[in-house]
Design a binder for this molecule. Structure first.
Ligand code: AMP
Ligand code: TRP
Length: 339
């Protein structure tokens, strides 16, 4: 196969399924922001087509969630001048390439996805076909840009492996190194932020307990209260990493502190080792409020005039299609579709 060099390009997406959490911010968005400053073209996406796979959402709520997510991206520091910011359904080539990938991916590959198994639960017969095909759409999101790097949290690793398998099979079947074999970027002190109520569960917007998570729209008092009430154990904090073994709640709070303060876990433990949670929690609450309050107030400002958001998304979609339309055209040509 011929060697192809691909433009260093970052793509990532988040579902507008309602409410951004600290997990999304530390696991994904913070990295999205820093990658804008590196040698990459960056494209960030509200994946609204993915958001309807688990269950249908009230239409006005979906529109609200999509705009609020865009506001969250912008308020966190994603600049529409440095990155292309899009809503998935406004760039039709995502869904068009997804169909091709539905014909490349095998049922067996999809059936092994742990997220599918978790979300479909015991009643897979009642799950939508879209939920099963979800990872093929995700592969299309990435590969319709020939993206080379994808920053995500730990939970998306298996979907990115599938994306690589789909690219490799397509390239093999059509005898050309057409799609890049994308690199996952899973980095930072908090690639898996856990629930504040249970250190063995991921912090998630779908957890029934609001106390389990920090929402990006929470005000300062709410953030402080949730951190003060977070589950912990009775021991003091250790000064070395091994001391966090078998202490998931302690590890989680230290990881959150480290990620918010751009430090490593070791650095934080050097400073806080020996402290009781009664001392550490107020310091963590203060840091969280300092970092998150400006983001939530900027989100509120942007949501007061959604025309500005809509203009940014329309501009993003036009820029995106300059990349996606030729890639879809070449894909169709390779497959043998008459154009
Ligand atoms: P989602 O909200 O499921 O669309 O996730 C969007 C992005 O946030 C993905 O890159 C996830 O891996 C990341 N993410 C979601 N929850 C967490 C968490 N608790 N810890 C770290 N990253 C997360
Ligand atoms: N599946 C991802 C999640 O739930 C969201 C997503 C869709 C995505 N398409 C993507 C992430 C492409 C990265 C790249 O978090």
């Amino acid at each position: 196969m011929s060697q192809t060099t691909f433009t260093p390009r970052v793509f990532s997406g988040i579902q507008p399924s309602g409410g951004l959490t600290l997990g999304n911010y530390l696991g994904a968005i913070k990295r999205f922001v820093s990658m804008q400053e590196e040698d990459f073209e960056t494209i960030y996406c509200m994946v609204d087509l993915h958001a309807i796979t688990a269950k249908l959402i009230d239409p006005s709520e979906l529109r609200h969630n999509t705009r609020e997510l865009a506001a969250g991206f912008i308020a966190s520091g994603i600049s529409p001048d440095k990155s292309i910011l899009i809503n998935q359904s406004q760039v039709p080539e995502h869904a068009q390439l997804a169909w091709i990938f539905n014909c490349i991916a095998r049922m067996g590959w999809m059936g092994r996805m742990t997220q599918w198994k978790d979300k479909a639960g015991k009643n897979a017969e009642a799950a939508s076909l879209g939920l099963f095909a979800y990872p093929a759409l995700m592969a299309a999101d990435i590969l319709i840009y020939h993206a080379t790097h994808v920053p995500v949290g730990e939970d998306q690793k298996q979907h990115l492996e599938l994306t690589r398998d789909i690219a490799a099979k397509f390239n093999h079947d059509y005898g050309e190194e057409f799609f890049p074999i994308t690199e996952p970027v899973i980095e930072g002190a908090a690639t898996r932020v856990m629930s504040l109520r249970d250190g063995s569960k991921k912090m998630s917007k779908s957890d029934p307990s609001d106390a389990s998570r920090i929402n990006m729209t929470d005000d300062a008092d709410t953030i402080s209260r949730k951190i003060r009430k977070a589950k912990t154990d009775p021991d003091a904090l250790p000064s070395a990493l091994e001391g966090l073994d078998h202490r998931p709640e302690a590890r989680n709070l230290v990881s959150i502190y480290a990620a918010l303060n751009d430090q490593s876990l070791e650095e934080v433990l050097r400073d806080v080792g020996g402290q009781q949670f009664g001392t550490f929690k107020p310091a963590l609450a203060e840091l969280a409020v300092e970092k998150l309050a400006p983001i939530s107030s900027e989100m509120a400002r942007l949501m007061a005039d959604t025309d500005e958001i809509d203009r940014i998304l329309a501009k993003g979609a036009a820029q995106a299609r300059e990349i996606t339309a030729p890639i879809l055209k070449r894909t169709y040509d390779l497959i043998g579709m008459v154009s």
